[in-house]
Design a protein around this ligand. Structure first.
Ligand SMILES: Nc1ncnc2c1ncn2[C@@H]1O[C@H](COP(=O)(O)OP(=O)(O)O)[C@@H](O)[C@H]1O
Ligand SMILES: [Mg+2]
Length: 278
């Protein structure tokens, strides 16, 4: 029995083995040599006969920040559900890089492969500090107990510092997450996802309920991820999408209606009819 305890203590003191699971997991299978990180081809999904996704074809470049817009019910959230494995399509193919067939993977396997998702409602550990939230997120919600008992290495500390800087919460590091504003919680959650080093980050309506100032800060934050991470942002707020000013894809009735710059998309007559109500 005492041996077991000694072994356990020894094991949690051994940084390398405790933190093996948070080593940068560059997925050796992820192949983006053709420049594309996400391929969605001829995808169809029906719910009780209703076609939520209809022959959807969509490609996202490696390192790109892509905005997806579209009226309510266009299929934006369903598309995210397909990428993350929550919903399996009736037909079509979905690849992460050229080689990882996402339709063959479970939700946890997809997360493990390097796809992170941020839901609309922030889910932070309210009773923990901002710093601890980032620390816990490094573990990908596994092995939380050894993580709390073990000391952080210099690299891990630096990773947390960099993320605090990125999300603009350096001064709030010791604050209880529950005491943050709505916008700050959203940033903290983006930071928590980043601690897991995803290659592709999916963000559903990040600025809902934010002040204008918070929206500007969120745009900066997402833009600063460009290059290091590929990011797909679904958003209703046109001013926000314009402030990001990247390629915009318009979804309508489960397929791509238009794609281009915000100006191109807003000048498109079909888009004006279905989305802007003209
Ligand atoms: N689990 C489900 N069961 C039945 N219908 C669904 C389900 N999920 C989505 N839908 C329907 O599919 C359509 C697309 O929904 P959704 O992807 O949530 O659109 P968006 O996010 O663009 O507003 C909607 O008409 C919605 O009612
Ligand atoms: Mg939605």
């Amino acid at each position: 029995m005492s041996n077991l305890i000694t072994d356990y203590v020894a094991s949690i003191r051994n940084r390398n083995s405790v933190f093996e699971f948070i080593e940068p997991q560059d997925n050796p299978k992820l192949d983006v040599r053709k420049g594309c990180i996400l391929y969605i081809e001829d995808v169809n999904v029906s719910f009780d006969g209703f076609k939520a996704i209809n022959d959807l074809n969509l490609y996202v470049n490696d390192g790109e920040l892509r905005c997806i817009i579209g009226p309510n019910g266009a299929g934006k959230t369903t598309m995210m559900d397909i990428i993350t494995g929550k919903t399996k399509p009736d037909s079509g193919s979905v690849y992460f890089g050229q080689r990882i067939d996402l339709l063959n993977l479970s939700e946890p396997e997809i997360a493990q492969a390097g796809i992170g998702r941020k839901f609309q409602k922030p889910t932070v550990f309210e009773e923990q500090s901002v710093f601890s939230n980032l620390e816990l997120a490094m573990a990908g919600k596994k092995k939380v107990l050894p993580l709390l008992l073990a000391k952080l290495s210099a690299d891990e500390l630096q990773g947390i510092e960099e993320t605090l800087e990125l999300i603009g919460l350096k001064e709030q590091r010791l604050l209880r997450a529950g005491a943050l504003s709505h916008g700050q919680k959203q940033w903290l959650e983006i930071g928590m996802l980043i601690m897991q080093k995803p290659k592709l980050l999916l963000v559903d309506e990040p600025v809902a309920g934010m002040t204008h100032q918070e929206m500007d800060r969120t745009a900066e934050l997402l833009i600063s991820l460009e290059g290091k991470h590929s990011v797909v942002v679904v958003e209703h707020d046109m001013d926000f999408v314009r402030s990001i000013a990247r390629t915009v894809t318009v979804l309508h009735q489960g397929s791509v209606l238009a794609e281009g710059t915000m100006d191109e998309v807003q000048a498109n007559q079909e888009v004006r009819e279905v989305y802007l109500g003209e």
